[in-house]
Ligand binder design. Structure first.
Ligand SMILES: [Zn+2]
Length: 585
C-alpha cells in the first residue's frame, strides 16, 4: 500500500514544475530560474519566478507561491485534495485512500457535490435535447445554425425545455437536495421559498474548467430567438466565477499554443461555428465584456489575440473597452470588425472559412482600430483631437515596453496629425503626475529587495543550509542555533534542524509546510531564490567558520558566568587551547 506522502512525492517527480506551469504561462530562462508574467496579478514585467532546482514558484509582485500543488490549486481554483487527485490522474500516480484532514475532506466533498449537480444537469440537458417532443426546438435551433452532431456531442450541448421544474424534478429523483442545487446555481428560489429551474427554453452550453477531467463548472444558456436576455449564465458559485472563464478554452488550448494566436469571439455559437470550419484556436467570452483574468490566461499560451466584434455600436464600444486590458497585460491584439449585420457565426457560415481567414489576417492592431474609431471623420476638429489624446495617453503611459510605447506614440501622432514631440511631452506630463515612475523596476531589483534587514551572519547561515542541506547535520551537531537571534530566522532554522534530526529531507517546500505564519513562508520563498553566498569549494570552510563562531560564543558566555571563580576560568582557558585553530582564537 503506497502512502500519501510517497504518492505526493511521486507526482512531484513526474510533474516537473517548469513543464506544468509552462503549459499555462510562457516561461523564459533567466539565470538559474524561469520567469514569466504572473497569472495571478496584472503585471508588465515578469516577476513570476519558477525554480526547477527547488521545484517551486514565487511571484515577487503578489507574493503567491509554493510547489506544483500550490500552483495547480491557485490557477484552477481547486482545493488541495482536488489538485492532488487531478495531478495524480494526469501523471498516472495511484493515490492511497484516506489521507486528508477532516476539514480538507469536508471542503472537497462539498465542492464534489456541486460538480456532481453540474454533471447531472449536463446529462439532463443532453437528454432533453434528444427528447422527441420537448427537445425539438433545441434540435431545430442547432440545425438552423448548422451545428453538427459531433460538435453537439463533443461540447455536451443540451436543451433546457419549457417549464419551471423539469431539472428540479430530475435532480430530486437523483437525491440531490434543492439547497445544493441552488448553491450550484442551476435552480433559483423565489421570495416565497419555491425552487425553480434557472434555465428555461434555452440551448445549453456547459462550461468546462481547464483541469485534466474537464469538469463542468457552470452553464451558459442562449435563447432561441432574439428575446432578451440573450444569455443567462450560472451565477457566481464556489465553482464558477464568470469573469475568469472563457468558453471553449479547454478545447482550444492546444490549437492556441500551436498557432500562437487566440481568436476571441463573444458568443457560444460563434465559438462553435468557427471550430466547425476548422478554426480551433477560438474562445468565447461568456456573452460579457472581456476582463483581465482571461487575458492573462491567454497570454500564458498564445502570442496574440484577434478579437472579433460585431459591426454594431455595442460591438465597437466593446472593442474599445478591451484595449486598455490588452495594453496593460501586454498581449498584442488585433481587431476584426465584421461587415454590417453579421456576427462571426453568420459570416463564416455564409462566406466560408477563407473569407473569414482573410479578415483575420488583414486585421489592424487593436490600437490602430481604437484610434481610428475615436478620431473618426472629425479629424479636423482640434478639441476632439485633444480630448482623444487625453483619453489615450494615460493608457499609453502604462505601456512598460519602451519600443512598443514609442511605436504607439508614432502611430498616434500620424493619425491625429499632432507632432510626435507634442505627444511625447504630453505623455511625459502624465507619467510624472502619475507619480511613481517606476519604469525601471526590473527583476534584479526585485531579487535584491528581499528584506535582509537581518543580521548578515544569520542570513548566511540560512542561505548555507538551504543551498547545501548536507551541512545541516554538522551545524546542528555543533549547536549553531545559538548564533541566531532573529526570531523569524530562528523559526525557520528550528524547522530545518528538526527535520534533519528525523532524517527528513530539507527542502524549501517541506520547510514552508511546517511554518505557521504566512509571512514566514513568503519571506522564505523569496529568500530561497537568492544564489548561494559561497561556492561548492567554500562550503566546508563556511561550516568551520560557523562552528568556530559557536565555540567562541560558548566560551564568552562561560567566561561571563565564571567571573570571580579563577578555577573555572582556568578550565575554560584549557578547553579553549585544546580546541585550537579550527575554532578560531
Ligand atoms: Zn503575481
Amino acid at each position: 500500500m503506497i502512502s500519501y506522502q510517497s504518492a505526493k512525492e511521486e507526482i512531484k517527480q513526474a510533474a516537473d514544475i517548469v513543464s506544468v506551469v509552462g503549459q499555462f504561462v510562457q516561461l523564459k530562462k533567466a539565470g538559474e530560474n524561469f520567469v514569466g508574467l504572473c497569472p495571478f496579478h496584472g503585471e508588465k514585467a515578469p516577476s513570476f519566478t519558477v525554480s526547477q532546482d527547488k521545484q517551486m514558484f514565487h511571484c515577487f509582485g503578489c507574493k503567491q507561491g509554493g510547489d506544483v500543488f500550490a500552483f495547480w490549486m491557485a490557477y484552477h481554483s481547486l482545493s488541495f485534495p482536488e489538485a492532488l487527485k487531478d495531478l495524480a490522474e494526469r501523471y498516472n500516480v495511484q493515490l492511497p485512500e484516506k489521507h486528508f484532514t477532516a476539514e480538507e475532506k469536508k471542503k472537497a466533498d462539498y465542492r464534489e457535490t456541486l460538480y456532481n449537480v453540474n454533471e447531472l444537469a449536463t446529462l439532463y440537458f443532453e437528454k432533453e435535447l434528444t427528447h422527441p417532443v420537448r427537445g425539438k426546438p433545441g434540435r431545430d435551433y442547432f440545425k438552423r445554425r448548422s451545428i453538427s452532431h459531433s460538435i453537439i456531442e463533443e461540447f455536451h450541448l443540451g436543451y433546457a425545455p419549457k417549464g419551471w421544474d423539469g431539472l428540479k424534478q430530475f435532480l430530486l429523483s437523483r437525491k440531490v437536495s434543492l439547497e445544493t442545487a441552488l448553491t450550484a446555481g442551476v435552480l433559483k428560489r423565489s421570495d416565497k421559498g419555491h425552487y425553480y429551474d434557472l434555465f428555461r427554453e434555452r440551448v445549453m452550453f456547459p462550461i468546462m474548467d481547464l483541469t485534466q477531467k474537464k469538469r463542468v463548472i457552470g452553464f451558459g444558456g442562449r435563447v432561441l430567438d432574439d428575446t432578451l436576455p440573450k444569455y443567462v449564465n450560472t451565477p457566481e458559485t464556489p465553482l464558477f466565477h464568470k469573469g475568469t472563464c472563457l468558453y471553449g478554452f479547454d478545447a482550444s488550448r492546444k490549437a492556441i499554443r500551436e498557432t500562437g494566436r487566440a481568436i476571441v469571439v463573444e458568443g457560444y455559437m460563434d465559438c462553435l461555428a468557427l471550430r466547425k470550419h476548422g478554426l480551433k484556436e477560438v474562445v468565447a467570452t461568456l456573452g460579457t465584456a472581456l476582463s483581465e483574468t482571461p487575458v492573462r490566461k491567454l497570454k500564458g499560451i498564445g502570442k496574440e489575440a484577434v478579437v472579433v466584434f460585431d459591426a454594431d455600436e455595442a460591438g465597437k464600444s466593446a472593442a474599445l473597452r478591451t484595449l486598455p486590458i490588452f495594453l496593460n497585460e501586454r498581449l498584442s491584439a488585433k481587431a476584426v470588425v465584421l461587415p454590417n449585420g453579421h456576427d462571426p457565426d453568420s459570416f463564416i457560415n455564409s462566406s466560408g472559412r477563407d473569407a473569414f481567414s482573410k479578415l483575420l489576417n488583414a486585421a489592424p492592431s487593436l490600437f490602430d482600430f481604437y484610434v481610428d474609431q475615436k478620431l473618426g471623420s472629425r479629424t479636423q476638429d482640434i478639441d476632439q483631437k485633444v480630448s482623444i489624446l487625453e483619453e489615450i495617453l494615460p493608457i499609453l503611459a502604462k505601456v512598460r515596453n519602451e519600443t512598443q510605447r514609442s511605436l504607439y506614440i508614432k502611430r498616434l501622432s500620424e493619425k491625429s496629425e499632432v507632432a510626435e514631440s507634442v505627444v511625447l511631452s504630453a505623455l511625459g506630463g502624465i507619467k510624472q503626475s502619475s507619480g511613481k515612475g517606476r519604469f525601471k523596476n526590473d527583476i534584479k531589483q526585485q531579487f535584491t529587495s528581499v528584506n535582509t534587514n537581518r543580521p548578515i551572519g544569520e542570513i548566511q547561515l540560512l542561505n548555507l543550509v538551504l543551498h547545501y542541506p548536507e551541512t545541516v547535520a554538522d551545524l546542528r551537531g555543533h549547536h549553531c542555533r545559538l548564533l541566531i537571534s532573529d526570531p523569524m530566522i530562528r523559526r525557520i532554522v528550528d524547522v530545518v534542524f528538526d527535520r534533519q534530526s528525523r532524517s527528513e529531507a530539507v527542502t524549501v517546500e517541506t520547510i514552508q509546510e511546517r511554518l505557521d505564519r504566512n509571512e514566514d513562508r513568503i519571506w522564505l520563498r523569496e529568500f530561497a531564490f537568492r544564489p548561494a553566498f559561497c561556492s561548492d569549494r567554500e562550503v566546508k570552510q563556511a561550516v568551520r567558520d560557523f562552528i568556530g563562531k559557536v565555540q567562541k560564543k560558548k566560551i564568552a558566555e562561560a567566561f561571563k558566568k565564571a567571573i570571580g571563580d579563577p578555577r573555572a576560568i582556568n578550565e575554560i582557558l584549557k578547553k579553549k587551547i585544546a580546541a585550537g585553530r579550527p575554532f578560531g582564537n
